[in-house]
Ligand binder design. Structure first.
Ligand SMILES: NC(=O)c1ccc[n+]([C@@H]2O[C@H](COP(=O)([O-])OP(=O)(O)OC[C@H]3O[C@@H](n4cnc5c(N)ncnc54)[C@H](O)[C@@H]3O)[C@@H](O)[C@H]2O)c1
Ligand SMILES: [Zn+2]
Ligand SMILES: [Zn+2]
Length: 367
């Protein structure tokens, strides 16, 4: 079928909205008509890293926070039916050692299934004039009117759910909230410092608030983002251009935080995320994909501190997204406060606003 998709080209050339041919669903595929798609900073950073990751498979369709309605399913699909409302997330094989042990976010096939640009057999789902258009990005390539997705990355949600709000649950919200709820397992007595009040960082702030974490510090140079962080539950907001962040955090937490989350992908900020911890504190680095190589003295990890990473906040979307939607329905995760909506044909402005920081969570709306 002919669909419309945003094609990304080598850097320097703007993305273009074009008509492309999408395959009919194979036995294990689900055809989804997009209603909304969030833009995550990973869409922007992967565009930059794509040549190194794939050897330059252009053009390619990004987008990995899609939500929509199922139009058709392949013969092998059992759990999903045409007409279902769905949120799409990352793919996992569901059978490797990590998947079988309940950790699909560390699936051994993760790169092949999510960021290779093709199906695992090397075919593309998209083409123009017989030439391949790469996609299958997180098993969806959601910057398009239609996606081919899979049972492992499709979560059926209630028909009453506003899909323009639910779309970012598939990555940014799940990652920030999951880091707080699944990785760090914080509680009322904990203190948390979030570096970067973007879509991921603010999701962490909302989740920490929902758990009743007593001290929540947000650090961001952008005043408007610090303001939103305060509205969403940060008890302290720090401007790193004005205050000594490490000193301020030690003051607010009585000697160092229980945990910190780094989302700016800046090496010096990661060092602050370590230095602001108290004994046995844990720093989680979320922006490592786009972070340059740098060195630091191991002494920075003294007093039992840990530094770790996570994929998608250690979240299994099939369990975690319904849980997050329930919390949202109870008013606990006011994601609406992060969202700025754009018509699909305004994708250029939306991508620009995601990159420049004008919008915290741009969401594209399809027809
Ligand atoms: N690990 C994962 O599974 C996963 C999933 C989703 C996103 N990510 C990554 O997480 C990162 C955040 O994504 P996002 O969509 O929230 O991006 P974003 O650009 O909206 O957020 C980054 C924030 O960092 C702030 N910042 C800049 N300089 C700072 C400083 N000196 N101190 C503190 N904050 C500073 C920016 O103002 C911005 O608000 C990206 O690198 C993205 O690729 C990782
Ligand atoms: Zn797996
Ligand atoms: Zn993402």
């Amino acid at each position: 079928m002919i669909v419309k998709a945003v094609l990304a080209h080598p850097e320097g050339r703007p993305s273009t909205l074009e008509e492309v041919e999408l395959d009919e669903p194979r036995a294990d595929e689900i055809l989804v008509r997009l209603v909304a798609s969030g833009i995550c900073h990973t869409d922007v950073s992967t565009h930059r890293l794509w040549p190194g990751m794939t050897g330059g498979r252009w053009p390619v369709v990004f987008g990995h926070e899609g939500a929509g309605v199922v139009e058709a399913v392949g013969d092998g699909i059992e759990r999903v039916r045409p007409g279902d409302s769905v949120v799409m997330s990352y793919r996992s094989c569901r059978v490797c050692l990590e998947c079988a042990a309940g950790h699909p976010y560390y699936c051994r096939q993760f790169a092949t299934l999510n960021v290779s640009g093709t199906r695992p057999d090397g075919s593309t789902t998209l083409r123009v004039d017989g030439r391949p258009v790469f996609g299958s990005f997180f098993g969806q390539s959601s910057f398009a009117t239609h996606s081919l997705a899979y049972e492992d990355n499709v979560v059926v949600v209630g028909q009453n759910i506003d899909l323009s709000v639910a779309a970012p649950f598939g990555c940014g919200l799940q990652t920030g909230a999951g880091t707080v709820m699944n990785v760090l397992e914080l509680d009322e007595r904990s203190s948390l410092v979030v570096f970067g009040a973007g879509g991921v960082g603010l999701s962490a702030v909302m989740a920490a608030r929902a758990l009743g974490v007593s001290t929540i510090v947000a650090v961001d140079p952008v005043e408007s983002r610090r303001r939103v962080a305060r509205e969403l539950g940060a008890t302290v907001a720090i401007d790193p251009g004005v205050d000594d962040v490490v000193e301020a955090v030690h003051g607010h937490t009585g000697g160092g935080a229980t945990a910190s989350i780094e989302t700016s992908a800046i090496p010096d900020v990661l060092l602050q995320a370590l230095d602001c911890l108290g004994a046995r504190g844990t720093a989680v680095a979320l922006g490592v994909g786009g972070m340059p190589e740098f060195t630091f003295a191991p002494l920075r990890l003294a007093r039992g501190k840990s530094l770790r990473t996570t994929v998608e906040g250690d979240s299994d979307p099939h369990e975690f997204i319904p849980k997050l939607l329930e919390l949202h329905a109870e008013g606990q995760l006011p994601v609406e406060k992060l969202i700025q909506r754009y018509r699909f044909d305004e994708f250029g402005r939306a991508l620009h606003d995601a990159e420049s920081g004008n919008a915290i969570k741009p969401v594209l709306l399809f027809g």
